[in-house]
Write a protein that binds this ligand. Structure first.
Ligand code: ASP
Length: 195
């Protein structure tokens, strides 16, 4: 490359996609002997950043790193400003990351069964943080709600980086996110893990 390469992360800084991209960008920068610029464009479940990538000049100097939300947003948004299948060239998968259900510190449940009972009893009070309609954290929450036949108030963020900050701060009650983001906080005792 003759100039720096832009990587669009369609989520806020500090979240799993951002963390992974920073690791990847450092390795790419070393291999390509070129600077990589990470641009965080969060919001609307990643679709704003994805659209930014779709509209960029197709010269190889703009990359996008995203996840399952790329595949599900066409079914969840009435109108997207890009065509997921035709506006991108797919380069490759860089990670396969599991997701975990976590809750704020002090949640009075010590295993998944207890959490389920607690969540059902307190369904009108509990808030579920996520990265917006169509993001993986959103999908995980919806899957959980449908499995336990209970709905919770969804609180959307521009990414689960800021959502994690609020979970640690106790402003929201629970969340499902990639291990990239959850494991360090579980190990530090900042959140409780359920599954
Ligand atoms: N972890 C978020 C999600 O999948 C996206 C991010 O902030 O990296 O919902």
């Amino acid at each position: 490359p003759a100039k720096p390469i832009n990587i669009i992360v369609p989520a806020a800084a500090g979240g799993p996609t951002d963390t992974l991209t920073r690791v990847l960008a450092a390795a790419m920068s070393e291999a390509l002997k070129q600077q990589m610029i990470i641009e965080n464009v969060g919001g609307a479940g990643g679709t704003i950043g994805i659209n930014r990538a779709a509209k960029a000049k197709p010269d190889g100097y703009t990359l996008l790193l995203y996840h399952v939300g790329m595949a599900t947003s066409p079914a969840l948004y009435r109108k997207l400003q890009y065509d997921t299948l035709n506006d991108f060239d797919y380069i490759g998968q860089v990670a396969d990351v599991p997701m975990m259900m976590i809750a704020k510190k002090g949640t009075p449940a010590n295993n998944f069964a207890e959490f389920l009972a607690y969540a059902k009893t307190n369904k009108d009070k509990l808030t579920y943080a996520n990265a917006g309609l169509g993001s993986a954290s959103y999908l995980c929450g919806i899957l959980f709600m449908s499995a336990v036949d209970t709905s919770f108030t969804m609180v959307p963020y521009k990414g689960t980086g800021p959502a994690m900050n609020d979970l640690i701060g106790g402003q929201v009650d629970f969340m499902c996110d990639q291990t990239t983001n959850t494991v360090p906080q579980i190990k530090s005792g900042n959140v409780k893990a359920y599954g």
